[in-house]
Ligand binder design. Structure first.
Ligand SMILES: NC(=O)c1ccc[n+]([C@@H]2O[C@H](COP(=O)([O-])OP(=O)(O)OC[C@H]3O[C@@H](n4cnc5c(N)ncnc54)[C@H](OP(=O)(O)O)[C@@H]3O)[C@@H](O)[C@H]2O)c1
Length: 280
């Protein structure tokens, strides 16, 4: 489907603008000559989710916001902070909010409803697990070490690429016709973690094994790696609750928003091998 472009570019505050999706959104908007401001603790002006006094200066002069919440939508603070932020954004004259959400997470869906009811036009981009958790996040080290031990079994997840996420977000910010849409994004294939690790092992030519462990064993492993306790709880919650098979289905969100198929996992693997991030 072809959506008409916005007549005026919306100066956009990109929260988490140096993160997995925000970085790509900011790059794409800048290439389209859309004015962009990075919203993060190292941004100028600084934006910190945990410090409300930083919000208004970051919103000043902006028309739109790409809302990504850190560290994760499942923490108890997420809902009150997102509700307060959306209110402040509307008071500051924001005309459009695009919200990054998580698929099959009840806490994330509660946060979506706060955005939907904030009074400004919105688009929800509700995503399955990112491919980039394997290349830019907590799964890089296990892959480098050659043993990926996780508390998850034979459950298929339709990993989605952050290139697709960023393309949908940019479409929602620069084109008409995306207001009021909930785009549920998945990749084109269901993959178990054993298959994911198998594909990476084959592409890198390395011996990388996947092992299923208990949640208790995984928690011990994270503790030994000095992961802060609050993050251990968060990661365990995601693996034990969200990876229970509820997301083991494909959606047409990328096709609906962009009129094309999502990127396949194998393409991501081929591109990522070239970066060297998975070397032993
Ligand atoms: N990973 C997945 O598979 C997945 C799937 C669906 C949904 N989600 C959702 O995606 C969201 C995260 O988005 P993302 O992965 O694109 O971002 P991300 O990579 O987690 O963003 C990281 C950046 O956020 C900034 N940041 C960290 N804490 C902050 C704070 N307190 N205030 C302001 N900025 C802060 C940091 O920059 P500074 O150091 O400069 O502050 C950091 O570089 C989460 O809400 C998660 O629930 C994730």
């Amino acid at each position: 489907m072809n959506f008409p472009k916005n007549t005026q570019p919306l100066a956009t505050l990109v929260l988490g603008g140096n993160g997995k999706t925000g970085r790509k959104v900011a790059e794409r908007l800048s290439k389209l000559n859309v004015p962009v401001r990075i919203g993060s603790r190292s941004g100028n002006p600084r934006f910190d989710w945990m410090e409300e006094s930083t919000w208004r200066p970051a919103l000043k002069g902006m028309d739109a916001v790409y809302v990504t919440f850190q560290p994760d939508l499942t923490i108890p603070e997420a809902q009150p902070l997102i509700e307060a932020f959306a209110r402040t954004a509307v008071q500051s004259g924001i005309k459009k909010l695009v919200f990054l959400s998580g698929r099959g997470e009840k806490e994330a869906q509660m946060c979506e409803s706060l955005i939907i009811n904030c009074g400004a036009p919105w688009t929800i981009v509700r995503c399955s697990w990112f491919n980039q958790n394997l290349s830019e996040s907590f799964l890089v080290e296990p892959i480098q070490s050659g043993v990926v031990a996780l508390p998850v079994g034979n459950v298929g997840e339709p990993f989605v690429d952050t290139d697709d996420v960023a393309d949908v977000v940019v479409a929602a910010l620069t084109e008409q016709g995306h207001d009021g849409q909930v785009y549920e994004l998945t990749g084109p294939r269901l993959l178990t973690y054993a298959q994911v690790v198998g594909e990476i092992a084959q592409a890198t030519g390395r011996d990388i094994r996947f092992i299923q462990v208990t949640p208790e064993e995984y928690a011990e492993e994270l503790k030994a790696a000095q992961v802060p306790p609050e993050f251990i709880d968060l990661i365990l919650h995601l693996f034990t609750e969200v990876m229970d098979g509820r997301n083991a289905s494909l959606t047409d969100g990328v096709q609906r928003a962009l009129g094309r198929q999502p990127k396949d996992f194998s393409t991501f693997v081929t591109e990522t091998v070239g970066t060297g991030v998975w070397k032993g």
